[in-house]
Write a protein that binds this ligand. Structure first.
Ligand code: ATP
Ligand SMILES: Nc1ccn([C@H]2C[C@H](O)[C@@H](COP(=O)(O)O)O2)c(=O)n1
Length: 220
């Protein structure tokens, strides 16, 4: 019996992972898991509980008490904390500015990697996006993609999405998050062994989706 298809899509902040992964999952009729949303939801829960995020032991202990659930329909993904829909608040500046601290705590990663592997095991095929999917969460994924785009393109797209006129500030914020995510000790952002680099700088979203759907067709 062949195992269900797993497509791992990693890359730096704002490179297009979520939009691309949802598009690929929709095209191939697969489930979709946004692991960044899980780290954001954990951060939201810890902020709400008043946990000192600069204290890794306090973060690790409090994380044990948080119940997360992710809905994996690529057309309507969901994320809940203890039954509360947190899809909107996890995108706040406060969460975005704190999430890298929480994601650097090894026990938080253990808890969330367990949930991610359970979602993969429950699926009949899935696209999973994040920073460590091809390297840690699903190293045996049949297709691994490392999606990149130039910092200026990423910042311009993110600024347009947020209605910001300050692309320079957006670029600095993306660079700061990438620096923390790629230099932390626990599961840093990196290209996984065997991952194919896709550079979306000069491609439309549809072209990136088409490229990855083609790679999946070749390799699965
Ligand atoms: N190839 C593309 N061409 C134009 N715009 C794109 C392309 N890919 C993604 N975008 C846009 O760039 C923005 C960032 O994309 P997206 O949220 O998918 O990135 P991400 O890598 O998931 O970000 P994050 O790491 O912060 O979660 C969105 O507004 C999205 O619509
Ligand atoms: N597998 C993952 C996914 C995400 N993170 C961290 C790093 C990001 O700064 C943060 C939010 O992710 P985003 O919503 O921007 O994709 O979560 C991680 O460490 N590992």
């Amino acid at each position: 019996m062949t195992s269900p298809l797993v497509v791992a899509i990693d890359g730096p902040s704002g490179s297009g992972k979520s939009s691309t992964s949802r598009g690929v999952a929709d095209r191939l009729k697969l489930a979709y898991l946004d692991t960044g949303a899980m780290y954001r939801a954990m951060t939201w829960a810890l902020l709400r509980a008043g946990v000192d995020l600069s204290d890794p032991a306090a973060v690790a202990a409090a994380a044990e008490r948080v119940t997360l659930s992710s809905g994996t329909d690529p057309l309507a993904p969901t994320i809940h904390v203890d039954g509360t829909d947190v899809a909107a608040p996890i995108r706040s500046d406060e969460v975005t500015g704190s999430v890298s601290l929480v994601a650097a705590v090894p026990h938080v990663r253990e808890l969330l990697v367990d949930l991610q592997r359970a979602a993969i095991a429950d699926s009949d095929g899935i696209v999973v996006e994040g920073r460590d999917i091809g390297s840690v969460v699903a190293p045996d994924a049949q297709v691994k993609i490392y999606l990149v785009a130039d910092p200026a393109a990423r910042a311009a797209r993110r600024a347009a999405e947020n209605g910001s006129t300050d692309a320079a500030a957006t670029e600095a914020a993306l660079a700061a998050r990438d620096q923390i995510d790629s230099t932390r000790t626990a599961s840093p952002l990196k290209k996984a062994d065997g991952a194919i680099v896709v550079d979306g700088t000069h491609l439309t979203l549809d072209e990136v989706i088409e490229t990855i759907v083609g790679l999946v067709g070749e390799r699965s």
